[in-house]
Design a protein around this ligand. Structure first.
Ligand code: SF4
Length: 248
């Protein structure tokens, strides 16, 4: 924001502060307006420089506006090294009012080309599961722990996941599903507060129970790519899907 505009905004906000307003709920039509500005007490010298405090996206704004701002904030992200191998960012997609969110680990080759999550062979299997659960793909929300494809489809590394995760966290807060189905070891490990090192963490021992992420139920299951290689375990995923259906 340019300095002149910021100074002007400070003066206006100071004026409202003196009138007794604590905050200004602004409209949601563009990036600036969805910002939730807090009015610090201008009488306090220490808070003068922070008179205008940007507090992220106003939660009262429509979900599509909130996600639009988030996408804009991600921009052509280069915050972690995964940017160098991607064709495009795979933001995530689905219903803004989804009760179920499916979270995988990272985009693969097909996802990187199309810019959509779970559109390859594993994605087709996930779509079948969603339909078997009684939903259409567009009724749920689908995303990944990292938004850029790791080259050669390697697993995302710890620093890449921790850099990208706040974006997913914001998406989860906006969509606010009743339940998250975490797909595979990486997604489950990133979402849950797991004490053992990743190398010792096993999805086979974790699935079968319901966990919590910031008040949202989490049901871990196998990644669809694993099920393509091990179709015998599909019935276990169906068991997990039934646990999801019980919750909603
Ligand atoms: S994976 Fe996430 S943090 Fe890393 S470059 Fe892509 S969008 Fe940015």
């Amino acid at each position: 924001m340019d300095i002149e505009l910021k100074e002007g905004l400070k003066t206006v906000l100071q004026f409202y502060r003196e009138l007794g307003f604590e905050s200004l709920p602004l409209s949601c039509s563009d990036e600036l307006e969805v910002a939730n500005y807090k009015l610090n007490d201008s009488r306090n010298e220490n808070s003068k420089d922070q008179l205008v405090e940007f507090d992220g996206i106003a939660p009262q704004c429509p979900k599509d506006a909130q996600l639009k701002v988030l996408r804009k904030e991600i921009g052509e992200c280069q915050r972690c090294k995964l940017f160098s191998g991607r064709t495009q960012i795979v933001f995530g997609e689905g219903s803004l009012n989804a009760t179920i969110m499916f979270i995988g680990e990272a985009p693969g080759k097909e996802e990187d080309i199309q810019g959509r999550p779970f559109v390859g062979d594993a994605g087709r299997l996930l779509t079948k599961l969603i339909e078997k659960m009684g939903f259409r793909r567009e009724d749920v929300y689908i995303a990944n722990i990292v938004k850029c494809r790791p080259q050669m489809n390697r697993e995302p590394q710890g620093d890449e996941m921790s850099t990208c995760f706040p974006f997913l966290d914001r998406q989860i807060q906006v969509i606010s599903p009743k339940v998250i189905m975490s797909l595979g070891k990486i997604a489950t490990y990133a979402l849950l507060d797991i004490k053992v090192p990743m190398s010792k963490f096993m999805i086979t021992k974790t699935r079968g129970s319901v966990y919590d992420y910031k008040g949202i139920s989490v049901v871990p299951t196998f990644h669809p790519a694993y099920l393509l290689r091990n179709p015998r375990d599909k019935w276990l995923t169906w068991e997990d899907a039934q646990a999801v259906l019980k919750i909603i």
